[in-house]
Design a binder for this molecule. Structure first.
Ligand SMILES: [Zn+2]
Length: 438
Protein backbone atom coordinates (compact mmCIF):
# COMPACT_ATOMS: atom_id res chain seq x y z
CA UNK A 1 0.00 0.00 0.00
CA UNK A 2 2.70 2.47 0.99
CA UNK A 3 5.75 3.28 -1.14
CA UNK A 4 7.68 4.39 1.93
CA UNK A 5 11.21 3.14 2.52
CA UNK A 6 11.47 0.89 5.56
CA UNK A 7 13.98 1.60 8.31
CA UNK A 8 16.24 -1.31 9.12
CA UNK A 9 19.10 0.34 11.00
CA UNK A 10 19.78 0.11 14.74
CA UNK A 11 20.67 3.66 15.69
CA UNK A 12 21.72 5.10 19.06
CA UNK A 13 21.33 8.89 19.41
CA UNK A 14 23.13 10.02 22.55
CA UNK A 15 22.43 12.90 24.94
CA UNK A 16 19.19 14.15 23.41
CA UNK A 17 16.63 15.84 25.65
CA UNK A 18 13.11 14.35 25.32
CA UNK A 19 10.60 17.17 25.89
CA UNK A 20 13.53 19.45 26.80
CA UNK A 21 14.06 17.50 30.01
CA UNK A 22 16.96 15.37 31.29
CA UNK A 23 19.46 14.04 28.72
CA UNK A 24 18.84 10.52 27.47
CA UNK A 25 20.13 8.08 24.89
CA UNK A 26 17.55 7.08 22.32
CA UNK A 27 17.80 3.66 20.72
CA UNK A 28 15.91 3.41 17.43
CA UNK A 29 15.48 -0.02 15.90
CA UNK A 30 13.82 -0.06 12.49
CA UNK A 31 10.70 2.05 12.74
CA UNK A 32 10.36 1.97 16.51
CA UNK A 33 11.88 3.53 19.59
CA UNK A 34 13.53 0.52 21.19
CA UNK A 35 14.58 2.27 24.38
CA UNK A 36 15.13 5.57 26.18
CA UNK A 37 18.09 5.20 28.53
CA UNK A 38 19.92 7.23 31.14
CA UNK A 39 23.32 8.05 29.57
CA UNK A 40 25.10 6.36 32.51
CA UNK A 41 23.84 3.06 31.10
CA UNK A 42 25.52 3.69 27.72
CA UNK A 43 28.28 1.05 28.02
CA UNK A 44 25.71 -1.61 28.78
CA UNK A 45 23.39 -0.44 25.99
CA UNK A 46 26.25 -0.42 23.48
CA UNK A 47 27.24 -3.94 24.48
CA UNK A 48 23.71 -5.27 24.59
CA UNK A 49 22.05 -3.59 21.60
CA UNK A 50 25.13 -3.41 19.33
CA UNK A 51 23.81 -0.43 17.34
CA UNK A 52 24.83 -0.12 13.68
CA UNK A 53 25.54 3.57 14.22
CA UNK A 54 25.97 5.99 17.16
CA UNK A 55 25.18 9.68 16.67
CA UNK A 56 26.01 12.48 19.09
CA UNK A 57 22.72 14.28 19.66
CA UNK A 58 24.04 16.59 22.35
CA UNK A 59 21.87 19.67 22.69
CA UNK A 60 18.99 18.42 20.55
CA UNK A 61 15.44 18.46 21.90
CA UNK A 62 13.36 15.49 20.75
CA UNK A 63 9.55 15.46 20.55
CA UNK A 64 6.94 13.39 18.72
CA UNK A 65 6.83 14.84 15.18
CA UNK A 66 4.24 17.54 14.55
CA UNK A 67 0.81 17.22 12.96
CA UNK A 68 -0.81 20.12 11.09
CA UNK A 69 -4.59 20.10 10.66
CA UNK A 70 -4.54 23.10 8.35
CA UNK A 71 -2.39 23.16 5.21
CA UNK A 72 -3.08 24.43 1.69
CA UNK A 73 -1.07 22.30 -0.75
CA UNK A 74 -2.76 24.06 -3.71
CA UNK A 75 -2.80 21.03 -6.01
CA UNK A 76 -4.78 20.27 -8.04
CA UNK A 77 -5.29 23.59 -9.77
CA UNK A 78 -2.71 25.87 -8.17
CA UNK A 79 0.69 24.39 -9.01
CA UNK A 80 2.02 27.88 -9.79
CA UNK A 81 1.72 28.52 -6.03
CA UNK A 82 2.73 25.16 -4.56
CA UNK A 83 2.86 21.52 -5.59
CA UNK A 84 2.16 18.53 -3.40
CA UNK A 85 5.88 17.73 -3.51
CA UNK A 86 7.09 21.22 -2.53
CA UNK A 87 4.40 21.57 0.13
CA UNK A 88 5.28 18.23 1.71
CA UNK A 89 9.01 19.02 1.56
CA UNK A 90 8.22 22.24 3.43
CA UNK A 91 6.24 20.25 6.00
CA UNK A 92 9.11 17.81 6.50
CA UNK A 93 11.51 20.74 6.96
CA UNK A 94 9.13 22.15 9.57
CA UNK A 95 9.17 18.96 11.67
CA UNK A 96 5.79 17.60 10.57
CA UNK A 97 5.03 13.91 10.03
CA UNK A 98 1.36 14.44 9.07
CA UNK A 99 -0.54 17.22 7.34
CA UNK A 100 -4.18 17.71 6.50
CA UNK A 101 -4.59 19.05 2.97
CA UNK A 102 -7.46 21.52 2.78
CA UNK A 103 -10.22 20.89 0.25
CA UNK A 104 -10.28 24.31 -1.45
CA UNK A 105 -8.33 23.19 -4.50
CA UNK A 106 -9.56 22.94 -8.07
CA UNK A 107 -11.38 20.64 -8.52
CA UNK A 108 -12.56 20.71 -4.90
CA UNK A 109 -11.96 17.61 -2.75
CA UNK A 110 -15.67 16.81 -2.49
CA UNK A 111 -15.84 13.22 -3.76
CA UNK A 112 -14.27 9.84 -3.13
CA UNK A 113 -12.50 10.16 -6.49
CA UNK A 114 -10.86 13.46 -5.52
CA UNK A 115 -9.75 11.99 -2.18
CA UNK A 116 -8.20 9.01 -3.97
CA UNK A 117 -6.35 11.31 -6.40
CA UNK A 118 -4.90 13.38 -3.56
CA UNK A 119 -3.89 10.32 -1.53
CA UNK A 120 -2.19 8.73 -4.51
CA UNK A 121 -0.20 11.85 -5.42
CA UNK A 122 0.90 12.35 -1.82
CA UNK A 123 1.89 8.72 -1.44
CA UNK A 124 4.04 8.92 -4.56
CA UNK A 125 5.90 11.86 -3.04
CA UNK A 126 6.86 9.52 -0.17
CA UNK A 127 7.43 12.37 2.26
CA UNK A 128 5.06 13.58 4.95
CA UNK A 129 1.85 11.58 5.47
CA UNK A 130 -1.05 13.43 3.90
CA UNK A 131 -4.67 13.32 5.02
CA UNK A 132 -7.07 14.80 2.46
CA UNK A 133 -9.72 17.03 4.04
CA UNK A 134 -13.17 16.61 2.48
CA UNK A 135 -15.18 19.74 1.81
CA UNK A 136 -18.49 20.17 3.65
CA UNK A 137 -20.47 21.43 0.68
CA UNK A 138 -20.28 20.45 -3.00
CA UNK A 139 -17.82 22.67 -4.84
CA UNK A 140 -17.55 24.84 -1.70
CA UNK A 141 -20.77 26.46 -2.94
CA UNK A 142 -22.36 26.44 0.50
CA UNK A 143 -25.66 25.06 -0.74
CA UNK A 144 -25.53 21.25 -0.76
CA UNK A 145 -23.84 18.76 1.53
CA UNK A 146 -21.25 16.37 0.05
CA UNK A 147 -21.75 12.60 0.58
CA UNK A 148 -19.96 12.69 3.94
CA UNK A 149 -20.54 9.00 4.70
CA UNK A 150 -18.89 7.91 1.45
CA UNK A 151 -15.80 9.99 2.25
CA UNK A 152 -15.66 8.65 5.80
CA UNK A 153 -15.76 5.14 4.33
CA UNK A 154 -12.77 6.21 2.18
CA UNK A 155 -10.84 7.21 5.30
CA UNK A 156 -11.53 10.96 5.58
CA UNK A 157 -11.67 12.16 9.19
CA UNK A 158 -11.85 15.96 8.81
CA UNK A 159 -14.27 18.06 6.74
CA UNK A 160 -13.99 21.77 6.00
CA UNK A 161 -14.96 24.42 3.45
CA UNK A 162 -11.96 26.41 4.71
CA UNK A 163 -11.33 29.54 2.72
CA UNK A 164 -15.06 30.04 3.05
CA UNK A 165 -17.47 29.87 5.96
CA UNK A 166 -20.49 27.59 5.81
CA UNK A 167 -22.95 30.41 6.50
CA UNK A 168 -26.07 28.22 6.27
CA UNK A 169 -26.83 27.04 9.83
CA UNK A 170 -29.05 24.24 8.52
CA UNK A 171 -26.13 22.76 6.57
CA UNK A 172 -23.86 23.07 9.59
CA UNK A 173 -26.46 21.14 11.62
CA UNK A 174 -26.67 18.41 8.97
CA UNK A 175 -22.87 18.12 8.76
CA UNK A 176 -22.47 17.97 12.55
CA UNK A 177 -25.18 15.32 12.75
CA UNK A 178 -23.29 13.13 10.25
CA UNK A 179 -20.07 13.86 12.19
CA UNK A 180 -21.69 12.71 15.42
CA UNK A 181 -22.84 9.46 13.80
CA UNK A 182 -19.49 8.71 12.18
CA UNK A 183 -17.03 10.03 14.77
CA UNK A 184 -15.37 12.59 12.50
CA UNK A 185 -14.68 16.32 12.81
CA UNK A 186 -16.22 19.38 11.13
CA UNK A 187 -13.76 22.29 10.87
CA UNK A 188 -15.31 25.70 10.31
CA UNK A 189 -13.65 28.82 8.87
CA UNK A 190 -15.64 31.16 11.09
CA UNK A 191 -16.38 34.29 9.10
CA UNK A 192 -20.05 35.26 9.08
CA UNK A 193 -20.70 36.89 5.75
CA UNK A 194 -23.27 39.37 7.05
CA UNK A 195 -20.70 40.87 9.43
CA UNK A 196 -17.32 40.26 7.80
CA UNK A 197 -18.06 39.46 4.15
CA UNK A 198 -15.85 41.98 2.41
CA UNK A 199 -13.51 42.64 5.34
CA UNK A 200 -9.89 43.30 4.42
CA UNK A 201 -8.27 44.30 7.71
CA UNK A 202 -8.97 44.31 11.45
CA UNK A 203 -11.77 46.70 12.45
CA UNK A 204 -10.77 49.67 14.56
CA UNK A 205 -7.33 51.25 14.38
CA UNK A 206 -6.07 49.35 11.31
CA UNK A 207 -9.21 49.91 9.23
CA UNK A 208 -9.32 53.57 10.20
CA UNK A 209 -5.61 54.08 9.42
CA UNK A 210 -5.88 52.50 5.97
CA UNK A 211 -9.46 53.19 4.93
CA UNK A 212 -9.84 49.48 4.01
CA UNK A 213 -13.04 47.49 4.68
CA UNK A 214 -13.22 46.43 8.32
CA UNK A 215 -13.27 42.75 9.42
CA UNK A 216 -14.83 42.97 12.90
CA UNK A 217 -14.29 40.65 15.87
CA UNK A 218 -18.03 39.85 15.90
CA UNK A 219 -17.82 38.35 12.39
CA UNK A 220 -15.80 35.50 13.92
CA UNK A 221 -17.16 35.19 17.46
CA UNK A 222 -20.83 35.28 16.48
CA UNK A 223 -20.59 32.30 14.14
CA UNK A 224 -18.47 30.32 16.63
CA UNK A 225 -21.23 30.84 19.22
CA UNK A 226 -23.90 29.73 16.73
CA UNK A 227 -21.96 26.63 15.64
CA UNK A 228 -21.08 25.69 19.22
CA UNK A 229 -24.78 25.63 20.12
CA UNK A 230 -25.45 23.38 17.12
CA UNK A 231 -22.54 21.11 18.13
CA UNK A 232 -24.04 20.82 21.62
CA UNK A 233 -27.42 19.88 20.19
CA UNK A 234 -26.19 17.37 17.58
CA UNK A 235 -23.22 15.98 19.50
CA UNK A 236 -20.99 16.49 16.46
CA UNK A 237 -17.38 17.62 16.96
CA UNK A 238 -16.91 21.24 15.88
CA UNK A 239 -13.32 22.34 15.30
CA UNK A 240 -12.86 26.10 15.03
CA UNK A 241 -10.14 26.99 12.54
CA UNK A 242 -7.67 29.84 13.19
CA UNK A 243 -9.24 31.59 16.19
CA UNK A 244 -8.02 35.18 16.19
CA UNK A 245 -9.75 37.27 18.87
CA UNK A 246 -10.23 37.54 22.63
CA UNK A 247 -14.00 37.41 22.18
CA UNK A 248 -13.74 34.15 20.23
CA UNK A 249 -11.59 32.74 23.03
CA UNK A 250 -14.29 33.68 25.53
CA UNK A 251 -16.96 31.90 23.48
CA UNK A 252 -14.86 28.72 23.17
CA UNK A 253 -13.96 28.83 26.86
CA UNK A 254 -17.65 29.00 27.76
CA UNK A 255 -18.59 26.20 25.36
CA UNK A 256 -15.89 23.96 26.81
CA UNK A 257 -16.94 24.76 30.38
CA UNK A 258 -20.40 23.53 29.42
CA UNK A 259 -18.93 20.30 28.08
CA UNK A 260 -19.83 20.99 24.45
CA UNK A 261 -17.86 19.10 21.76
CA UNK A 262 -15.76 22.04 20.55
CA UNK A 263 -12.03 22.30 19.84
CA UNK A 264 -10.04 25.30 18.64
CA UNK A 265 -6.94 26.15 16.66
CA UNK A 266 -4.65 29.16 16.43
CA UNK A 267 -2.04 29.95 13.78
CA UNK A 268 1.59 30.77 14.62
CA UNK A 269 1.24 34.23 13.05
CA UNK A 270 -1.78 35.17 15.17
CA UNK A 271 0.32 34.36 18.25
CA UNK A 272 3.01 36.86 17.26
CA UNK A 273 1.96 39.55 14.77
CA UNK A 274 -0.49 42.42 15.35
CA UNK A 275 -2.64 44.78 13.31
CA UNK A 276 0.00 47.48 13.68
CA UNK A 277 1.92 45.61 10.97
CA UNK A 278 -1.22 45.31 8.83
CA UNK A 279 -1.79 49.04 9.19
CA UNK A 280 1.38 49.58 7.11
CA UNK A 281 -0.70 48.07 4.25
CA UNK A 282 2.22 45.81 3.27
CA UNK A 283 0.54 42.86 1.48
CA UNK A 284 2.83 40.33 3.18
CA UNK A 285 0.71 40.94 6.30
CA UNK A 286 -2.62 40.40 4.53
CA UNK A 287 -4.21 37.25 5.90
CA UNK A 288 -7.63 35.89 6.75
CA UNK A 289 -8.66 36.18 9.54
CA UNK A 290 -6.73 39.43 9.79
CA UNK A 291 -3.93 40.19 12.23
CA UNK A 292 -5.61 41.48 15.37
CA UNK A 293 -4.74 43.75 18.30
CA UNK A 294 -1.99 43.19 20.85
CA UNK A 295 -4.70 42.43 23.40
CA UNK A 296 -6.10 39.69 21.15
CA UNK A 297 -2.61 38.22 20.73
CA UNK A 298 -2.24 38.15 24.51
CA UNK A 299 -5.59 36.38 24.89
CA UNK A 300 -4.64 33.76 22.27
CA UNK A 301 -1.37 32.99 24.05
CA UNK A 302 -3.13 32.61 27.39
CA UNK A 303 -5.80 30.41 25.82
CA UNK A 304 -3.18 28.13 24.27
CA UNK A 305 -1.46 27.79 27.65
CA UNK A 306 -4.65 27.02 29.58
CA UNK A 307 -5.95 24.58 26.95
CA UNK A 308 -8.93 26.64 25.75
CA UNK A 309 -7.15 26.57 22.39
CA UNK A 310 -6.16 22.98 21.70
CA UNK A 311 -3.83 23.17 18.76
CA UNK A 312 -1.64 25.21 16.43
CA UNK A 313 -2.50 24.91 12.74
CA UNK A 314 -0.27 26.78 10.33
CA UNK A 315 -2.87 27.72 7.67
CA UNK A 316 0.15 27.50 5.33
CA UNK A 317 -1.15 29.47 2.32
CA UNK A 318 1.40 29.77 -0.48
CA UNK A 319 0.92 32.37 -3.22
CA UNK A 320 2.80 33.48 -6.32
CA UNK A 321 5.10 36.48 -5.98
CA UNK A 322 2.76 38.46 -8.27
CA UNK A 323 -0.22 37.84 -5.97
CA UNK A 324 1.62 39.57 -3.13
CA UNK A 325 3.57 42.28 -4.96
CA UNK A 326 0.58 44.49 -5.78
CA UNK A 327 -1.55 46.84 -3.72
CA UNK A 328 -3.24 45.58 -0.55
CA UNK A 329 -6.74 45.43 -2.02
CA UNK A 330 -5.66 43.31 -5.00
CA UNK A 331 -3.28 41.10 -3.00
CA UNK A 332 -4.22 37.55 -2.00
CA UNK A 333 -4.99 36.64 1.61
CA UNK A 334 -2.52 34.27 3.24
CA UNK A 335 1.02 33.54 4.41
CA UNK A 336 3.34 30.56 4.33
CA UNK A 337 3.96 28.94 7.70
CA UNK A 338 5.14 25.32 7.69
CA UNK A 339 8.87 26.00 7.91
CA UNK A 340 8.66 28.75 10.54
CA UNK A 341 5.93 27.26 12.75
CA UNK A 342 8.10 25.78 15.49
CA UNK A 343 10.34 28.84 15.83
CA UNK A 344 7.40 31.23 15.92
CA UNK A 345 5.36 29.18 18.39
CA UNK A 346 8.35 28.58 20.67
CA UNK A 347 9.16 32.28 20.63
CA UNK A 348 5.56 33.41 21.15
CA UNK A 349 4.82 31.02 24.02
CA UNK A 350 8.16 31.22 25.88
CA UNK A 351 7.99 32.82 29.30
CA UNK A 352 11.11 34.62 30.51
CA UNK A 353 12.94 32.93 27.65
CA UNK A 354 11.97 29.42 28.73
CA UNK A 355 10.16 27.27 26.16
CA UNK A 356 7.47 24.91 27.48
CA UNK A 357 8.14 21.84 25.32
CA UNK A 358 5.24 19.95 26.86
CA UNK A 359 2.94 22.74 25.70
CA UNK A 360 4.45 22.60 22.21
CA UNK A 361 3.92 18.83 22.17
CA UNK A 362 0.32 19.15 23.28
CA UNK A 363 -0.47 21.84 20.71
CA UNK A 364 1.47 20.47 17.74
CA UNK A 365 1.18 16.71 18.25
CA UNK A 366 -1.21 15.39 20.89
CA UNK A 367 -4.24 17.60 20.19
CA UNK A 368 -4.11 17.48 16.38
CA UNK A 369 -3.64 13.69 16.52
CA UNK A 370 -6.81 13.44 18.58
CA UNK A 371 -8.88 16.02 16.65
CA UNK A 372 -7.83 14.62 13.26
CA UNK A 373 -8.11 10.97 14.37
CA UNK A 374 -4.52 10.15 13.33
CA UNK A 375 -4.57 6.65 14.75
CA UNK A 376 -0.82 6.04 14.36
CA UNK A 377 -0.07 9.13 16.47
CA UNK A 378 -2.77 9.22 19.16
CA UNK A 379 -1.01 8.50 22.48
CA UNK A 380 2.41 8.29 20.79
CA UNK A 381 5.22 9.62 22.96
CA UNK A 382 9.01 9.58 23.14
CA UNK A 383 9.10 6.19 24.85
CA UNK A 384 10.08 2.60 24.20
CA UNK A 385 7.68 0.76 21.92
CA UNK A 386 6.26 3.83 20.18
CA UNK A 387 6.93 4.74 16.52
CA UNK A 388 10.21 6.53 15.81
CA UNK A 389 8.20 9.39 14.30
CA UNK A 390 10.13 12.23 15.84
CA UNK A 391 11.36 15.77 15.42
CA UNK A 392 14.86 16.79 16.55
CA UNK A 393 15.17 20.49 17.39
CA UNK A 394 18.34 22.57 17.54
CA UNK A 395 18.40 25.71 19.66
CA UNK A 396 20.34 27.61 17.01
CA UNK A 397 18.60 29.32 14.10
CA UNK A 398 19.66 28.31 10.62
CA UNK A 399 20.00 32.04 9.81
CA UNK A 400 17.64 34.87 8.96
CA UNK A 401 14.40 33.56 7.46
CA UNK A 402 14.54 33.83 3.66
CA UNK A 403 11.47 32.87 1.64
CA UNK A 404 13.54 32.19 -1.46
CA UNK A 405 15.56 29.53 0.38
CA UNK A 406 12.61 27.65 1.83
CA UNK A 407 11.31 24.35 0.43
CA UNK A 408 7.91 25.83 -0.24
CA UNK A 409 7.55 27.10 -3.79
CA UNK A 410 6.16 30.38 -2.48
CA UNK A 411 8.03 33.27 -0.86
CA UNK A 412 5.16 34.98 0.99
CA UNK A 413 6.54 34.57 4.49
CA UNK A 414 5.77 37.50 6.81
CA UNK A 415 9.04 36.77 8.65
CA UNK A 416 11.47 37.61 5.81
CA UNK A 417 14.83 38.64 7.30
CA UNK A 418 13.80 37.79 10.86
CA UNK A 419 16.09 35.59 12.95
CA UNK A 420 14.39 33.37 15.53
CA UNK A 421 16.00 30.72 17.75
CA UNK A 422 15.23 27.03 17.28
CA UNK A 423 15.44 25.14 14.02
CA UNK A 424 14.50 21.66 12.87
CA UNK A 425 17.57 19.41 12.71
CA UNK A 426 15.75 16.30 11.51
CA UNK A 427 12.30 14.80 11.03
CA UNK A 428 11.81 11.03 11.19
CA UNK A 429 8.76 9.02 10.16
CA UNK A 430 8.87 5.42 11.37
CA UNK A 431 12.64 5.70 11.69
CA UNK A 432 13.22 7.14 8.20
CA UNK A 433 14.54 10.70 7.85
CA UNK A 434 12.29 12.85 5.65
CA UNK A 435 14.28 15.95 6.55
CA UNK A 436 17.83 16.47 7.80
CA UNK A 437 20.14 13.72 8.84
CA UNK A 438 21.17 12.08 12.08
ZN1 LIG B 1 -9.52 29.63 6.77
Amino acid sequence: MSDRPVATERLLVTDVRPYGEAPADLLINGGLIAGVFDPVLRPAVLADAAPDRVVDGHGLIVLPAFIDLHVHLREPGGSDQETIETGLAAAAAGGFSDVFAMANVSPVTDSVERVAWMSERARAASLVRTHPVGSITLGLAGTELIPIDDLVDAGVTLFSDDGRCVDDAGLVAQALTRAADRGVTIAQHSQLHDLAGSGQINAGFAAEATGLDAWPVSGEAAVIARDAVIAAETGGHLHVCHLSTRRSVEVVRQAKALGWPVSAEVTPHHLLLTDELAATAAPKFKVNPPLRSADDVQALREALRDGTIDTVGTDHAPHTTAAKSCGWSEAAFGLTGLETALSVVAHATAQHGVVDWRLITRAMHDAPARIGHVETAVDAQVRAGDPATLVFIDEHPTGPIAGAEQRTKADNTPFEGVTLPWSIAATLIDGVAVHGAL
